[in-house]
Write a protein that binds this ligand. Structure first.
Ligand code: SF4
Ligand code: SF4
Length: 199
């Protein structure tokens, strides 16, 4: 399920003016901007698209383990973290979605920092895992982290290695995208590069 720092008592840092691209116009604009850039630069963005595909494949490989962790913990959770999560789709999340030609969710999870994630449902997240912000998959709450520590060492190392690869691939994807589109992105679009506080 969720991912937040607030459940563990730490502050959830984020842009002070609110989640990026939180209003419908800004959300539409950033997504149209990325789409235009993808169409304009096409083959030059192949390295970024390759990295985005690799992210998707690795996340899919983690999904059974992440879902198993959630089944063991979230069903009985007294304080579901999705209800307090201060998260958003950052630039890398949007690039993964667009470069894989996946369906982009209708809006940021939060319209403002006081809101509850619009995708939180009675039975957990209503978004397929591959469409969620990455932070919603990589962060493990303390009970889940404890279960992870009890896994056989090889299984745990494989999980952690894949998480690390996803982080590196997201960074490489974003850098490749910026390299190709930088001048255009600044001049022609409103696409500022926002990152989650940790990933
Ligand atoms: S068990 Fe952990 S991940 Fe699941 S809802 Fe509770 S705090 Fe969130
Ligand atoms: S997008 Fe889904 S997993 Fe992430 S905080 Fe919202 S309900 Fe939870």
């Amino acid at each position: 399920m969720l991912k937040t720092r607030s459940g563990s008592g730490a502050a959830a840092p984020g842009p002070p003016c609110g989640p990026p691209w939180a209003d419908p116009e800004a959300w539409a604009e950033v997504n149209e901007s990325i789409l235009r850039l993808v169409a304009r630069y096409g083959p030059a963005l192949a390295p970024a698209a390759d990295a985005a595909r690799a992210v998707r494949v690795r996340l899919a490989s983690l999904a059974p383990q992440l879902d198993a962790l959630c089944r063991r913990t979230c069903l009985h959770c007294p304080e579901p973290c999705c209800l307090a999560a201060k998260i958003w789709f950052d630039t890398a999340d949007l690039l993964v979605l667009h470069l894989n030609r996946m369906t982009v969710p209708a809006a940021q999870p939060l319209g403002d920092w006081g809101a509850v994630c619009r995708y939180a449902g009675e039975r957990g997240c209503r978004l397929p895992r591959e469409l969620r912000p990455w932070i919603c998959s990589w962060y493990l709450c303390p009970p889940q982290a404890a279960i992870l520590r009890g896994w056989p060492a090889g299984m745990r190392r494989s999980f952690e290695r894949t998480v690390g690869e996803i982080k590196q691939l997201r960074k490489a994807m974003e850098e490749a995208f910026i390299r190709v589109t930088s001048g255009d992105r600044k001049k022609r679009t409103g696409c500022r590069m926002w990152r989650q506080p940790a990933r």
